[in-house]
Unconditional design. Structure first.
Length: 145
């Protein structure tokens, strides 16, 4: 099915407005102290979230819920760490066309990340999955971009 880029751009504003609410609620639901800090310093949540995710059996009926939250989180890690920006990929030749991506990094010209795709991949992995490894793989890919 072809992607309606205009529709994706229309929905993007809502996606971004929900981001802080969803992330803070996620951190709170996991019992993290100072859940609001996930918005200002997502990197400090990497290790605890990695431990939680590694040992978690993810039932089919909660996958979409978790993918959305992990996608926001992964994107925010790269926004903060590399001064990137959330946006809709409008490059029609990109495999990420129409996706909500993080790009326009301060020092990684041309790099583009689809955090929701990374989240899907993580959620589909068996117990023992590693958010830290996923982040490291993205960072390595950015270095070669």
């Amino acid at each position: 099915m072809p992607i309606d880029i205009d529709k994706q751009k229309e929905k993007f504003e809502s996606f971004m407005q929900q981001r802080p609410i969803v992330l803070e609620e996620f951190a709170h639901s996991l019992g993290f102290s100072e859940p609001h800090e996930i918005l200002e310093d997502p990197i400090s949540f990497l290790n605890p979230l990695n431990r939680w995710l590694s040992d978690k059996e993810i039932p089919l009926d909660t996958r979409s819920w978790l993918i959305a939250r992990l996608g926001y989180f992964i994107g925010d890690v790269f926004v903060k760490q590399y001064q990137g920006q959330w946006q809709v990929c409008e490059e029609s030749t990109s495999p990420f066309y129409g996706h909500y991506v993080v790009s326009q990094f301060a020092h990684k010209e041309g790099a583009i990340i689809s955090p929701l795709d990374v989240a899907v991949e993580l959620v589909l992995q068996p117990i023992g999955r590693s958010l830290l490894n996923a982040i490291e793989t993205i960072e390595n890919d950015m270095t070669t971009a």
